[in-house]
Design a protein. Structure first.
Ligand SMILES: [Ca+2]
Ligand SMILES: [Ca+2]
Ligand SMILES: [Ca+2]
Ligand SMILES: [Ca+2]
Length: 503
């Protein structure tokens, strides 16, 4: 019986492996013709016609093949220093990064909690100002901030706040603070500038800035660090440093991927690695799913709303690269109604079916990107827990393991209790382990008696025998008795049983 199950499993894995290889072999992409990139900066002119289904070699799936470029939206196809992924140049009166705004500020991101001035109820935004009309304000400049929690994007409050100015040589910075926020929420905000008490906007405002509030527990702070580290990389990518045509890395090698390799999983594990114990350059969707399954912490699509927490892992069955495997970092489950979703949640101006979730993903078009996806695009959620690294004390880590175990036990009927370190004790069997720096905890089920196990062996044998015409009887005798031959074993605790055929 067990052998049969194994055989079936191996067969299924083989079929899966073959089908994935099959898909990889005929990968295609949407690209743009090289001829539509007049200045050769790797971006086709705005509105250039899409070339669908361009075949790409399985060894080079990151970018479009030669003769093509990957993106359009070059707002000046005569100047190679103007394209969508670069920083804005100050005071030149041009939109250098093709975002429709001229001499707007760049955000200054920091890769951790402390430098981002994040608290449980507030965050700050630091901007490098690029428009003399804005930075010539020595004081009395105000910002109008539009901000939203990604769990409720339909609500976008706005606030006027003072801008604290910093002038460092030829660089000019503005810092603002948003307060009275909800802990443990991922936020985004965009900023416009005004003189004190005036309704006349000064210069162009910003695109969205992404950040997160923190929370009281050590785990909350770890999650904040993880998410902020991801946003730092988002900014590096937006500035064209990492990913497609990147000035420092043109692929995912920064995140531990091989050259020209798809790097969504590497991005997720790289961002988490300093904070999540044991996570080390997991280089595939299946490796990440196993990582969470091994901790009993992989949840179904239907459980995402109740379990999903910023920093968790989302395993997806589709992506922008048309490959069938994709990894992302869960940011928020958006409770906004369908018709109130922001532009990122629309396909050709039609709102996506709700519910949607927000993710930050590596390798979306060889870039880091924020995505709004229908929850059904996510196949499962890896919930980070009980395994947070060195910044958490052993005691806290042990308590976290205990809490995780109890949560798991409540959700699984066969679980009778949770037990620490020494194991489940007499009369119980371990069914799940919750490891971490502190005490391990075990979910335990009641061990069946020897008599129950014997009965189960016997029943299993009889069921098998009824389904196999060659089987003549079940026997407790390993030799099946005179005139019979053993064809299958049903063993374990309790008495063993054997299926026998006539010689
Ligand atoms: Ca171009
Ligand atoms: Ca250009
Ligand atoms: Ca611009
Ligand atoms: Ca400019």
């Amino acid at each position: 019986m067990k052998q049969l199950v194994w055989l079936a499993t191996i067969l299924m894995l083989l079929i899966l492996a073959v089908s994935f290889n099959g898909l990889q072999a005929k990968d295609t992409k949407t690209c743009f013709l090289d001829d539509d990139d007049g200045d050769n900066d790797g971006y086709a002119r705005d509105g250039a016609p899409k070339q669908e289904n361009v075949p790409v070699k399985s060894s080079e799936k990151l970018n479009c093949p030669s003769g093509y470029v990957r993106f359009e939206n070059d707002c000046d196809d005569t100047k190679s220093d103007i394209h969508p992924r670069r920083d804005e140049i100050a005071d030149d009166g041009k939109d250098n990064n093709c975002n429709g705004k001229t001499d707007e500020p760049d955000f200054v991101y920091f890769a951790d909690n402390k430098n981002n001035w994040v608290t449980q109820n507030s965050f700050k935004i630091k901007m490098k100002l690029k428009d003399a009309r804005v930075y010539s304000f020595r004081s009395s400049l105000e910002a109008k901030v539009f901000y939203a929690s990604l769990s409720r994007t339909q609500t976008v409050p706005e606030k006027r706040v003072p801008v604290q100015m910093q002038h460092e040589g030829s660089n000019h910075y503005g810092i603002i603070e948003i307060t009275e926020l909800v802990p443990n929420n991922v936020y985004r905000a965009r900023v416009e500038f005004y003189g004190q008490g005036s309704n006349q906007r000064i210069g162009d405002g910003t695109d969205w800035y992404y950040t997160s509030t923190s929370g009281p527990s050590a785990e909350d702070q770890m999650r904040t660090n993880v998410v902020l580290r991801a946003f730092y990389e988002l900014n590096e990518s937006n500035l064209g440093k990492v990913g497609y045509k990147g000035t420092s890395k043109s692929d995912g090698t920064k995140y531990g991927a091989n050259s020209k390799e798809l790097w969504c999983s590497e991005f997720y594990s790289w961002v988490n690695e300093p904070y999540v114990k044991w996570m080390k350059n997991e280089n595939s969707t299946s490796a990440l799913i196993s990582f969470f399954k091994n901790q009993g912490s992989y949840f179904s699509t239907g459980e995402i709303q109740s379990v999903g927490t910023r920093g968790d892992y989302a395993g997806m069955s589709m992506d922008d690269d048309s490959a069938k495997e994709h990894s992302g970092m869960f940011l928020a489950y958006d409770s906004s109604s369908k018709n109130n979703l922001p532009d990122e949640c629309k396909v050709d101006d039609v709102p996506k079916e709700t519910p949607v979730i927000w993710l930050i993903e590596g390798n979306v078009g060889n870039q880091v990107g924020i995505r709004c996806r229908n929850v059904n695009e996510v196949g499962g959620l890896g919930h980070v827990r009980g395994n947070l690294s060195t910044d958490i004390s052993r005691k806290e880590a042990g308590e976290s393991n205990e809490a995780s175990c109890k949560q798991w036990c409540d959700a699984h009927a066969e679980c009778a209790r949770c037990a620490p370190t020494s194991g489940c004790g007499t009369g119980y069997d371990k069914i799940e382990t919750f490891r971490g720096r502190g005490n391990n905890w075990y979910a335990c089920k009641v061990r069946p008696s020897r008599a129950e196990e014997s009965r189960s062996n016997k029943e299993e044998c009889e069921r098998w025998c009824a389904q196999h015409s060659s089987c003549a009887k079940c026997s407790e005798d390993v030799g099946c008795g005179r005139g019979y031959k053993k064809i299958e074993s049903f063993t374990g605790r309790g008495n063993n049983y054997y299926a026998c055929k006539k010689r």
